[in-house]
Structures are given as structure tokens and as C-alpha cells.
Write a protein that binds this ligand. Structure first.
Ligand SMILES: [Ca+2]
Length: 328
């Protein structure tokens, strides 16, 4: 018995050391793809491919923090710290499904005491990076507000390093849903905080991989998955959010999902990538890529891989939590 426990503990600690630490920086509440992306990061954490160590918000809506806590509780990770938005972004602080999902949750989930630490996003980012023994991957699927402020942050009780040095030392990769690399209109995440996007795309001291507008647009999350794949429980926070966001049935672009998938499974080559180069942000929020110097790349989608990628996204987004009660 003791031996079995010891073996389990040893294998768990081995698993922990193999897991890539991930921070999810999200504008949860504006569009529903953030909710599906968070489900994917929990599934990849269940599988030992990553370890979600924090969620930081760029949506200042008051329902955003309790919503994240609720989803993390559902997935059996009630202790994940949550960083609240540092400021409200005009046009980016919506509650399209946050309150509705919170209200529809079963009693035991709704009223469970939250054990997650909540603090402001930028100090939390500094703390998580400073405390991590391994390099962290950041998935940014909202505005660049938090990460731009992180770059400009000063030494504090969390770390003697400047924000920029801390990122250089502790971040492996930034996987961002941002930009439009087909020459179209300015993309929403960039447009809503242009100075922050410019600061991050130009000055972030690690490689950045962009999942542009066109990637999610060309891979639609199927309504059929929401209708069937989440029914292992009577109430599921991701399915409830999807239903609250728009009248069903509808398919939705997989913008944030693709950035989450690429952050953890870049080695699977679901997508091909552009050459390395720079990403510039114009005054209207339009993004342009110039190959050459720089370590920014953007994803490209091979039409032959669409079914395979969509299957990975739907399977991961709808994967049940492991080892937790079914909340029925
Ligand atoms: Ca988003």
C-alpha cells in the first residue's frame, strides 16, 4: 500500500517536472472562444502536457474573476491564482456569458468557497514568473494591456529584475491570438489597445508566435460539438457559456483555441509557420509582417489539415475533468 502510494507520488512528481508551465492571459467575457481555450488548457494539463499556473484578465468586468474561479473549480483546480484586469478597456469589458453561466451553475459549484488567490494581473505575472523554476509559456488571447505593463514593471518584492529582464529570463514563448496577416482589417485584440500591442510586438524579448485572425476564421468550432460532446455532465461551464453567448446552433471561429493549442503542442506541427521577422502595428491597429530580423512568426493553415486540427480542438475542449465529482 505504502509502496503503491510512494510510486504514485514519484510518478506524479516526475509528471510535474515534465509539464510545461503555462499562464493564460484572457479577455474572458467578450467572445466565447476564450472559454473553449481555457477548457483546452485544462485538458492539456490533465494529460501532463502542460501545467496551468495562473490566469490573468484583460477584461475588467466584475463577473470575470468569479467566472474564471468557477471554471477552474469545475476542472478540479480551485487553487489556480487569478489576476484581475489592470484597467477597463473601452468596448472590451463585456459580460456576454459570464453572469449567465455563474447564475446557471449547480449549487455546489456556485457556492463553493474559492481558494484561489486574487490580485492585480501584473504583480501576479511577476510573482508567477519569479517563482517558476522552469521557463513559462504565456498564451495571450485578449488585449496586450497586461503584458505591455509587465514589460515596463519595476523591481518589486517579487523580483529584483525589471519586467523586461524578468520576461527574458523566465519566459520561453509568447503564443498570441492577435493580428491579421492577410492584409485585412485591424484585428480586435490589437485594435482595442494599440499602444500595448505595439509595445509587446516590438519589445517582447522572447519569440512570439501569432495566431492571426485568418486562422480562427478558417477553422470553425462546430455547434454539434457543443450539443453532444459536453453532455457527460448535466451542466458544463463551457457549454453553458457557448449557449449563453448566442442563440444555438452556431459555429464560432477558433481564434483563442488555436493559440492555446500551438502554445503547448507546437512540436506537433498542426500548423506551418511563416519565416521569422518583425510585426509592426500601424496607428489604426493594422499589423504587418516583415521577414528578416526578429523572432516573430505567424501560423499558416494547410487546408488538408483542417479536419485533423478541428478534431484535436473539439476533443480537448470537451474532455472531462479527471478525478473530480461529476457535479450532477
Ligand atoms: Ca479572447
Amino acid at each position: 500500500m505504502y509502496l503503491r502510494t510512494l510510486v504514485t507520488l514519484l510518478s506524479l512528481s516526475f509528471l510535474c517536472s515534465a509539464q510545461k508551465p503555462v499562464i493564460f492571459d484572457t479577455d474572458m467575457g467578450n467572445d466565447v472562444d476564450d472559454a473553449l481555450a481555457l477548457g483546452i488548457l485544462h485538458a492539456l494539463s490533465n494529460r501532463g502536457e502542460c501545467r496551468l499556473i495562473g490566469v490573468t484578465l484583460t477584461n475588467a468586468n466584475p463577473a470575470a474573476v468569479p467566472y474564471i474561479q468557477l471554471v477552474n473549480r469545475f476542472y478540479g483546480r480551485p487553487d489556480i491564482p487569478v489576476g484581475s484586469a489592470r484597467k477597463s478597456i473601452e468596448g472590451g469589458a463585456d459580460d456576454h456569458y459570464l453572469s449567465a453561466t455563474l447564475k446557471s451553475a449547480p449549487e455546489n459549484l456556485q457556492h463553493a468557497k474559492s481558494t484561489a488567490r486574487v490580485e492585480a494581473a501584473v504583480p501576479l505575472l511577476r510573482k508567477l514568473l519569479a517563482q517558476s523554476s522552469e521557463k513559462v509559456t504565456i498564451v495571450q488571447v485578449g488585449f496586450s494591456t497586461n503584458l505591455a505593463a509587465l514589460l515596463d514593471s519595476k523591481p518589486d518584492s517579487n523580483s529584483p529584475l525589471s519586467g523586461s529582464d524578468l520576461v527574458r529570463q523566465k519566459v520561453a514563448l509568447l503564443s498570441a491570438m492577435a493580428g491579421n496577416f492577410t492584409g485585412g482589417q485591424p484585428e480586435y485584440n490589437v485594435k482595442l489597445d494599440i499602444p500595448a500591442a505595439r509595445a509587446v510586438f516590438e519589445r517582447w524579448p522572447t519569440p512570439i508566435i501569432f495566431s492571426g485572425y485568418e486562422i480562427g476564421r478558417d477553422l470553425l468550432y462546430p455547434a454539434a460539438s457543443v450539443e453532444h460532446d459536453f453532455s457527460y455532465v448535466k451542466w458544463h461551464p463551457v457549454a453553458a457559456s457557448y449557449r449563453a453567448y448566442h442563440k444555438m446552433p452556431y459555429n464560432r471561429p477558433t481564434w483563442d483555441l488555436t493559440a492555446a493549442l500551438e502554445a503547448v503542442r507546437g512540436g506537433h506541427n498542426y500548423f506551418s509557420t511563416s519565416a521569422e521577422g518583425e510585426v509592426k502595428v500601424a496607428s489604426n491597429g493594422k499589423t504587418t509582417f516583415e521577414a528578416g530580423k526578429g523572432d516573430r512568426q505567424y501560423l499558416r493553415l494547410d487546408p488538408a489539415k483542417k479536419s485533423q486540427i478541428l478534431e484535436a480542438l473539439t476533443l480537448l475542449a470537451s474532455e472531462p475533468p479527471i478525478g473530480v465529482a461529476r457535479h450532477e
